[in-house]
Design a protein around this ligand. Structure first.
Ligand code: AMP
Length: 707
């Protein structure tokens, strides 16, 4: 797909997805209601809180932008909750509100601003952890627990008294010490959270799994589910715990602040979370939230944010409530690890080895504190398995430092014309057909001329095990590719010394001048390229980088087909018949050798004098100008970087003998740097000593230079 086509396509799907705001709102409402039901009534959510919140957010924003679609029954207007029929309904002493969310520090600041504006200055606040459990209301009469209920829809909850009695650390009777704090007789409704510790949740799920049953999605659902059991014995068997933090009607107590309430609840015998702080500045609120984010993972129970409350009850009353939440409190939510966003395009990337990877291009969203706009989709099967389509609203996950992942589409929000995605038939980089081998998940571009793979292929060709072009390293190859001068392996053989010496290395010296490769290196490289023209056919075949054709396989192949002509004439069956070559390798080799671009490169290699056959081996190729001479090598060849073995092989290739010790019969000693006793012996015996320069001259001319 070309760039332009991609853009056109984007705009179309984007427009389609958002053009009809009314329809989108309706879709979102239905989807949210469905998930609310699964969450509150079934205690079995299908999507994470983050994904749910992000749908809710989108709906809220759309409703704000399109007030014409206002509906009092929209999920945005209600306190999340559900009243089941299994339990008797309980009307709460006062409404159990939801909390407004601050999704980031900016929104948290906006709330602090509102408090400040309201009072003309900032007032004391209390920071508490937002316990991720199930809301409960506990009614005490004459200091005894008389009723316990869930939040339900905020006005009416479910009577779970029998179950709640089994929850440890809920006092069935308030302690004497606290009775002074009670202002009037009557029913005192206290509120808090029932939760399941993380370890108990894991144990519960492990036990369920062992019995082949489905576990709970998270500790909060486990808590809610355990509380809403028909049989209190089941609830009792679950390790539930509680934290209390609120009173339905503060006039029932002789207290004036939230801070005092927390102390009083503790005195009365409740479990009160110890991580609370009374603060007076914005900075302290931020610090508390940051600390909570850090400590979140190490707490024995789940928290999903921080609740900041105006401390004074009188000031709380002054600020009052909106339809769904108090104005005097805010829930700072932790950066969610899952969000929903639009999948705009699936782009195919070609890796350096020809592997095609589909990548999701998404409407940017902030997930777990960082913006996500792109995520790998791995391969076609993965996309089909997840049923992801361009135009889908998808759930993306990013936990901490983990790489973002597209989890799944929200099917009900799928545009009608969204099509099943398939890997394109041709490579987006070079346009050649792509192949997928049997039993493999990946598609590959096997064209030798594919620009996306150029660097890797060029380096492979030049590598030691292949054509061994000494000095042709990553930096130089990258510059050659970037300059457009070298695109495939055949181009190596068209480089000349001057041109190479002028290669811009993309760096500048202190004077600001471009650093060039320079003559010395260029000269050596050209020599190395030249030498590589005559490697064995097996090395060249390996160097072509054909998938599955490693060094050993290449040797087996060339033992049977010793020239490129013979190899190209073979059919797949012939190839599969070679020892060590199965059908898979044969297929890969055959397809490679019959892809037109590859054929073109092979022909150009031959034209440039690269021998793709074994009859012409290096030893027989070079004129035997050193016949009758014997050499001894000592010291290290710093300039050329050759090992002594390699240098010896070059001499032997020209007919010389190479031995390891100096004698009178030795014709020459070649002494590199830090030459040792052999040098001394040569001098003592009067054997002529050559330096590395002279050695290189021998390789170039075939003759020993005159001294
Ligand atoms: P939400 O359900 O997201 O609107 O958040 C409101 C709920 O947070 C309340 O109904 C409580 O169940 C829960 N919550 C957890 N910890 C606290 C806390 N420290 N103060 C107030 N509410 C809390």
């Amino acid at each position: 797909m070309t760039h332009e086509q991609g853009n056109l396509f984007d705009e179309k799907t984007l427009a389609e997805a958002t053009s009809d705001a009314g329809a989108r709102i309706e879709h979102l409402r239905r989807e949210i209601e469905h998930h609310s039901y699964l969450y509150y009534a079934k205690d079995a959510p299908e999507i994470s809180d983050g994904a749910f919140d992000s749908l809710m957010r989108e709906l809220r924003e759309l409703e704000a932008a399109h007030p014409e679609y206002y509906d009092a029954n929209s999920p945005t207007q209600r306190v999340g909750g559900y009243v089941g029929e299994q339990f008797a309904p309980v009307r709460h002493a006062s409404r159990m509100y939801s909390l407004d969310d601050a999704m980031d520090f900016g929104e948290l600041d906006a709330w602090i601003d509102r408090v400040e504006d309201f009072f003309g200055h900032l007032v004391p606040m209390v920071c508490e952890l937002k316990i991720d459990g199930s809301s409960i209301a506990l009614s005490y009469e004459d200091a005894r627990l008389v009723q316990a209920s869930t939040r339900g829809d905020g006005v009416t909850g479910e009577d779970v008294t029998a179950n709640l009695r089994t929850v440890k650390n809920v006092p069935l009777r308030l302690r004497e010490e606290a009775r002074d704090g009670i202002a009037t007789s009557g029913v005192l409704e206290l509120r808090g959270e029932v939760y399941m510790p993380k370890t108990s949740f894991e144990a519960l799920n492990a036990a369920a799994e062992a019995q082949g049953k489905q576990g709970f999605a998270n500790p909060r659902n486990a808590a809610a589910g355990s509380l809403r059991q028909k049989d209190p014995n089941v609830t009792a068997s679950r390790d539930l715990s509680s934290f209390l933090y609120a009173v339905a009607d503060e006039n029932m107590l002789t207290l004036e602040t939230q801070w005092e309430l927390l102390q009083w609840l503790h005195e009365a015998g409740f479990h009160v979370n110890p991580d609370v702080k009374r603060v007076t500045t914005r900075e302290e609120v931020h610090a508390f939230c940051e600390e909570a984010i850090k400590r979140r993972g190490s707490l024995p129970y789940e928290i999903d944010g921080v609740v900041v409350k105006v401390d004074s009850f009188a000031q709380q009353r002054e600020m009052g409530f909106t339809a769904r939440a108090p104005r005097w409190a805010i829930a700072f939510k932790f950066p969610p690890e899952e969000k929903t966003t639009l999948l705009k395009e699936i782009r195919v990337q070609v890796g350096r080895t020809g592997k095609l990877t589909p990548v999701a291009e998404m409407e940017p969203v902030v997930v777990a504190g960082s913006t996500v706009a792109r995520a790998t989709l791995h391969n076609e099967d993965e996309i089909l398995r997840k049923d992801l389509r361009v135009g889908d609203t998808v759930i993306v996950r990013k936990a901490g430092d983990v790489i973002p992942e597209v989890l799944r589409p929200v099917l009900s929000l799928r545009p009608e014309d969204a099509e099943v995605w398939h890997m394109p038939a041709t490579c987006p980089s070079c346009g050649n057909p792509v192949i997928r081998e049997e039993g493999e998940a990946d598609y590959r571009c096997i064209s030798i001329d594919c620009p996306a793979q150029a660097l890797e292929r060029l380096l492979h060709w030049a590598s030691r095990g292949a054509m061994d072009i000494d000095g042709m390293g990553e930096e130089i190859v990258a510059r050659l590719v970037e300059s457009g001068r070298v695109a495939d392996v055949a181009d190596y053989y068209t480089l000349d010394e001057f041109e190479l010496s002028q290669l811009d290395m993309g760096r500048a010296n202190k004077k600001g001048e471009a650093i060039r490769l320079g003559e010395t290196v260029a000269k050596k490289l050209v020599a190395a390229i030249d030498t590589s023209r005559h490697r064995t056919f097996a090395r060249a075949l390996f160097g072509l980088g054909i998938r599955h054709v490693g060094k050993t396989v290449a040797e087996s192949i060339t033992a049977v087909f010793p020239s490129i002509e013979a190899l190209c004439a073979a059919n797949e069956q012939d190839l599969a018949g070679i020892d060590g070559v199965g059908e898979k390798i044969a297929r890969s080799l055959y397809v490679f050798l019959h892809t037109p671009d590859n054929v073109a490169v092979i022909e150009r290699l031959q034209k440039q004098g690269v021998t793709l056959a074994d009859e012409v081996d290096t030893t027989q190729q070079l004129p035997q100008t050193l016949e009758g001479l014997s050499f001894v090598l000592t010291g290290s060849l710093v300039e050329s970087g050759m090992t002594r073995d390699e240098a010896g092989a070059e001499l032997k290739a020209r007919g010389a003998k190479v031995s390891s010790s100096v004698s009178k019969k030795t014709s020459y000693v070649i002494a590199g740097e830090a030459a040792g006793s052999k040098y001394d012996k040569a001098v003592a015996l009067g054997v002529p000593v050559l330096d590395e320069k002279a050695f290189l001259a021998i390789l170039e001319t075939g003759e020993v230079p005159e001294q």
